[in-house]
Design a protein around this ligand. Structure first.
Ligand SMILES: [Zn+2]
Length: 349
């Protein structure tokens, strides 16, 4: 099996103003530029100047808002008929996911510049897209370059940051589920992917100065999310980054009237799942507290009734995916726990 990991990584202040230089270093001189909604207004001028200074030729430029696979196919065909040698995607999860898929189908490199770090999707081998109106996770390749300007991600509202934290803390429970599946079903576990994923989490939660104004901390969190994405590429599946806590979050997306952010849902679900796993219980609670995730959720709680419904729906969402929720009586045990536990009820309303 061959894996491809990003060879250009720039996670630092003012990285966006050097984007032209980075593309030139990789000899990607003819690009298609895609913006997430509202991003061009903020960064358009800085990026244009940087690309011009490095003599990067913008073959096409678009604001990308659709998550539909049909639109992505159409755009991919357009790219295939042009002189585009690489794609540059600047913005949030949607534009990066779509561009990952376009780059993959055209076999050209992608340079991703996420403007928020709300989950580990910006550097994962999967794109979450709408196929005939239904959300699906499709196989793609990782970006060749990831450029994260820590001064820009600092300006994003705190919910984006805490969503990223929740997605990282969920590695405790996802890795447990993966190993449990090995014990029960013989599913192959890639030890290296486990190590990468777990170290990514540890780097973040053990960092001493967890202040959102500290750009070095943001750099650590962004790198950890990136490594979590790379772990999925190493494993050849989402297992090192996604277990039963992710199933609950996907179910909550379907059930909730107003779903919250992916990582916020996943973080709360991780705590719930850790009760069943026992081994991860105090670790998850400790990490939710010391990262400030718990305090954030106290003021931005999920809906309790919908969360309980999501637990019931979760195991049916993914076939042949063994987790702690697959074990006998665990759904009813978990429902009782969520009804009664004081800590989780401060993150639910
Ligand atoms: Zn996730």
């Amino acid at each position: 099996m061959q894996i491809t990991v990003p060879s250009l990584l720039r996670i630092k202040p003012k990285a966006i103003s050097k984007i032209g230089k980075y593309l030139a270093q990789k000899k990607c001189l003819q690009i298609a530029l895609f913006w997430g909604e509202g991003i061009q207004e903020l960064l358009g001028e800085t990026v244009k100047i940087s690309l011009e200074n490095s003599e990067i030729n913008i073959i096409s430029e678009k604001v990308w808002a659709s998550g539909h696979l049909e639109d992505i196919f159409e755009q991919s065909l357009e790219l295939a008929g042009s002189k585009t040698k690489a794609i540059l995607a600047i913005g949030g999860g949607k534009v990066i996911d779509c561009c990952k898929y376009m780059a993959f189908s055209n076999q050209i490199p992608l340079f991703a510049a996420p403007t928020a770090i709300s989950n580990d999707g910006f550097c994962s081998p999967m794109s979450s897209l709408l196929v005939k109106g239904k959300k699906r996770s499709l196989k793609t390749t990782l970006p060749q370059g990831v450029i994260i300007d820590t001064e820009i991600i600092q300006k994003a509202p705190p919910k984006f940051f805490f969503s990223g934290i929740g997605d990282l803390i969920s590695k405790h429970t996802s890795i447990f589920d993966w190993k449990l599946s090995f014990k029960r079903t013989g599913e192959y576990v890639d030890d290296f992917a486990v190590m990468v994923s777990f170290n990514a989490l540890e780097n973040c939660v053990n960092y001493p100065d967890k202040d959102l104004n500290n750009l070095e901390y943001l750099q650590i969190v962004a790198s950890s999310l990136l490594l979590s994405g790379v772990a999925m590429e190493i494993a050849g599946s989402s297992r090192p980054a996604s277990g039963s806590e992710h199933l609950i979050s996907h179910a909550y997306d379907q059930i909730a009237q107003t779903p919250s952010m992916h990582g916020l849902q996943v973080g709360v679900a991780s705590y719930a799942i850790s009760y069943l796993q026992e081994q991860t219980f105090h670790k998850v609670e400790k990490d939710l507290q010391r990262t400030g995730f718990f305090s954030f959720m106290q003021t931005n709680p999920l809906n309790k009734q919908e969360f309980l419904e999501a637990i019931k729906l979760a195991p049916s969402l993914k076939e042949n995916f063994y987790t702690i929720l697959s074990e006998k009586n665990n759904i009813s045990r978990l429902l009782k726990f969520v009804q009664e536990d004081e800590f989780i009820n401060q993150m639910l309303k």
